[in-house]
Design a protein around this ligand. Sequence first.
Ligand code: HEM
Length: 506
Amino acid sequence: MVTSSSDAGNRPLLLISTFATLSLLYFVGWIVHRLFLHPLHHIPGPWINAVSRIPYARHLIAGTTVDNVKFLHDKYGEVVRLSPNEVSFTSGDTAWQDIYGFRTGKLKGHENMRKDPAWYSPPPTSTHIIVANDEDHSRFRKVLSHAFSEKALAQQEALLQSYVDLLVGRLKEVISKDSGPQDMVKWYNWTTFDIIADLLFGEPFGCLQNLSTHKYISLLFANLKVFRLSYVMYYWPFIRRLRSLLLNQEILQGRIDFYRWIGERTQQRVQTEIQRPDFMTEILKHNGEKGAEMTPTEMNNNASIMITAGSETTATLLSGVTYCLLKNPEVMKKLKDEVRGKWKKYDDITLEAVNKAPYLIAVLQEALRYYPPLPTGFERRVGKGGEYVSGYFIPEDTAVCVSSSPTGRSPQNFKDPDSFIPERWMDDPHFVDDKKTSIQPFSVGPRNCLGKNLAYAEMRLILAKIMWSFDLELSPKSENWMEHKVFVVWKKPELAVHIREVERED
Ligand code: HEM
């Protein structure tokens, strides 16, 4: 066959246009599949989220993910598609059990949904209770759970009280010399870090004593940036290579240094006989029992996670509740009336007594709804064969979660969701239709929070003793304090509060 020279000249053009047409067809076909044929096509949401993960990742990086997920639920309802393989629920009254609950009753025989590796990145070496697979998790939980029982906690009341008293005492000293506003975020962080450090290592980090944030705690906060990028690096592994450009080297090194430092403290404590039993005494007593062993590295990693999980969360809730009280003077007054009326003497404020203070308990419960310390979702992957969540069929390997903050603020779950109303937790008939079980700030099931009892004890004692001792006033510079971003946890700015000691006639 004879080929003309013009045909030969056109061939590259023809190849390019055929390639372009096929690519376009493939691309259109792929979009049509994602929108109409994908096993998640029945889940509502913006079409772009079904096609691409970029919009969701963009919010994650910008710290606006909670606002965005709330916006999507307001628009599309109790279930929404966040990205091609991620689904969020606000139907907490059923979804908590379906996703996180024990596999009993109608779920008997179903496997636990595993933690989504895109969200749970392991420590530099080995593993810890939060990211561990079910087998390791059960081993760790068996060792650690004794330390967190109500009985063990009751034995630590003197220690807890001593730190709450130190907080109150140091605040009194500082305000007697300095009439300026105090940053309550710092004060609460100092207290909760010192408490958990003493429970684990037999001595505090010295934050309250020195009125300064320990170097390694500052590193821990800087580390939150790494969490946010873990998700991005999981789905776009090439970004891992740009890590050194995207992240400050000091932060990367800080993560390693933090784990090393906690490791050293843990091993020091393990070698030391102490007179006063603490959480570590319980942990060491049970380590090595059948099915409950931890290697030294696992012990170090679990200590790191308890330091992190056991301080920042409780301090966040205390900061949030302080702000909510300052913005709702009538609630503040009712709480002060309860606290100051119930306890004539400061020393009457015991653990047993705060557990019987109904308004205090309702205020904290409302704060957990209004401003949950972990505001996003705890993502899980659906197991083999798929599962029903809140009545929706979700195929295998989809990432699912209950989004905490959007669930608490959903008008489908709560009347006047954007108002801070503790009475809703006290059988007020106006709120009889509130779906109270949709709020599970400590999660449910086999992976629920181990430190729930400790968290409640700290929050109740600290709030009661602060309310008994001081009158607080919000500084104008913190007027809009709650408008802040989320990088896995809230990125809390300074909470500036004027503090005055309550004068009493003895
Ligand atoms: C208001 C305070 C707190 C809140 C809202 C909170 C919330 C949570 C949540 C939602 C989880 C499950 C996370 C997931 O599924 O990935 C969790 C797990 C955990 N929390 Fe807390 N927490 C708080 C305080 C504490 C304290 C004081 C400690 C004490 C060390 C603690 C220790 C833990 C541990 C060890 C786990 C892992 C449990 C497991 O996987 O078996 N938390 N927490």
